[in-house]
Design a protein around this ligand. Sequence first.
Ligand SMILES: [Fe+2]
Length: 350
Amino acid sequence: MKACCGISVMELKPGQILAADVVAGNQVLLNEGAVLTEDKIKQLQEWKDVERVSVFVGENGDSVKLPEVSREMLEQYNETVTSVRHAFESARAFKTVPVDDLISVARTMMGSLISHYAVLQAMKLQERVGEYTFQHSVNVGILAGIIGKWLKYDEASLGQVVLSGVLHDIGKAQIPPEILNKPGKLTRDEFLVMKKHTVYGYDMLKGADSISEEIRLAVLQHHERLDGSGYPFSLRQDKINKLSKIISVADTYDAMTSNRVYQAKRTPFAAVEVLEQEMFIRMDANVCLTLLHHLKESLVGNHVVLCDGRSAKIIHIGRQGADDLIVQTNDGEFINIGLRQHGLIEACEG
Ligand SMILES: [Fe+2]
């Protein structure tokens, strides 16, 4: 699947999927990943500032299918996000976490949702405004589970990994909404408050017998970094719990590749670059290398749009990530993107 930029709103058809947010002024009218209905198309046609939008099309120009993911899986993902939202709301209101509900959420995620990286890519097209914290918790659970599978964890350990991912930010339920959802950079004092979500999460789970101490520590330590630059306790190396090391990589990757209130998402290539810089120094090398290896594998074959408007297919990704990329254009030319700064403007599902 590739993005087709600039289709006239008068030519849209129900079932097409937006490949980019539709923005008018400062307002996002529809999110990337939204499936167009007759009503939505009518709204777009009536909005006088919007003339063209970007939709996903197949090789033949008319396919609108989501990549490798069934409607049932999308529904399961959306239900999972809703369950996590309810858990956060209940944790905010009653200061206790509905642990049994989240254990059953993690159990249902163990099947199809953590089966393949393409699933997460497709789920990320479902970004919903105002739901970042809940979707992020589910995404981190999925990605951590996938990494656990790549690391050949057994079923029981995978269950712990997924649940740690779902729970890792539960302490944010005690962060004031005006700080949690602030549409801009946090002040120093606000950031100090935000950092407390790690300790709040650990404390909220203290009384839950069905949650292991390992999971509680993953929640407490997921912002610790190997060089001691993390929080809340500036722990180093082996003092950091093993589960946290997986959650911190999944957390960082998902945060970078998601839209947040204060930051637009970055491409997987930019995320690959950051992980390459962080591993060994701040994040566990084995976990990072495992994710990088599979990410690069999954990006080969994807379609990208070059600055000159030509579409191309990724043939090879070298050790330098986005700086070491060979693509083949539709007219057969091979280009080493690394030799041309900013040669790549858009990466789409393949
Ligand atoms: Fe966090």
